[in-house]
Ligand binder design. Sequence first.
Ligand code: NDP
Length: 293
Amino acid sequence: MSNDLTTSDVTPDVAPSVQRIEIAPGVLIPQIGLGVFQVPADEAQRVVEDGLAAGYRHIDTAAAYVNEEGVGAAVRASGLPREEVFITSKLRNGDQGHDSTRRAYAETCKRLGVDRLDLYLIHWPYPSKGLFEQSWQALQELEAEGAVRAVGVSNFLPEHLDAIARHGGRPPAVNQIELHPTFQQPEVAAASRALGSVVEAYSPLGQGADLTAGAVVDAATAHGASAAQVILAWHLARGHVVIPKSAKPERIAENLAAADLRLSAAEIDSITGLDSDERIGGDPATFALSQMR
Ligand code: NDP
């Protein structure tokens, strides 16, 4: 794919084989989205424009990524109707608390240049701060007011899910967690599903580290596909929403094309067998970065 696509090259609808999953009443999320963690602010517009041109209709950003302006600019530059592009952002740790959550949500919408988000997540439970239940309350209010289409959480362990479930109301639409072949967190995924939350896999490629695993390479060879496509097809077969990040136009397109790859049951089982319980990211039980505040 060339890097100089113009607005007229943007396809009018999501890549046809990408499924949409209902995460809240009437709210459908495309199962493959483009993640923009570690995409610098001055590259975000170009990267997201490449994604939209390739057919992505779901972008995953966060206040802490400091690139929301570029994401919003790309959506506008694409010429796509706002409702065609599913946008997720996340509450920065330092903004947790009831009133500060509401303020942070308004600021995120402003930076993105949108009236409301499709999905807003508490980025981390940050349990040492003791504010995630208040933050959840604020998210539920925003949803009830129609200020956001759906609300959810990220990095929530079963004890954090239990704590917010005690408040009643709708369950988190999603729990976005680190999940890739070598780190699958089956207990967290099961607890999320039991509550009614869709599992969204972040770092779905293990930030590239899982691409050389034997079971992945074998399936890639068998299908004439790339290792990244095999891993993403494994996620899709297991019902995860995935948000692979790439800043390279050819990889952005390659990752989306994983929607057309079907693995055999044996291949899926072999990849599931790679779990070694080694996380890449922070441990949600202790992760306490205020994320630049
Ligand atoms: P990923 O598993 O998506 O891996 C990204 C890495 O893989 C990059 O180095 C990228 O390099 C490389 N890559 C991407 N596609 C390919 C390919 N086809 N072939 C070879 N290499 C490839 O890791 P991330 O941690 O970025 O996770 C994805 C998204 O998940 C984030 O962008 C963010 O939206 C979200 N996330 C959420 C977190 C949370 O706390 N809620 C935490 C971490 C991530 P290159 O760019 O050079 O192509």
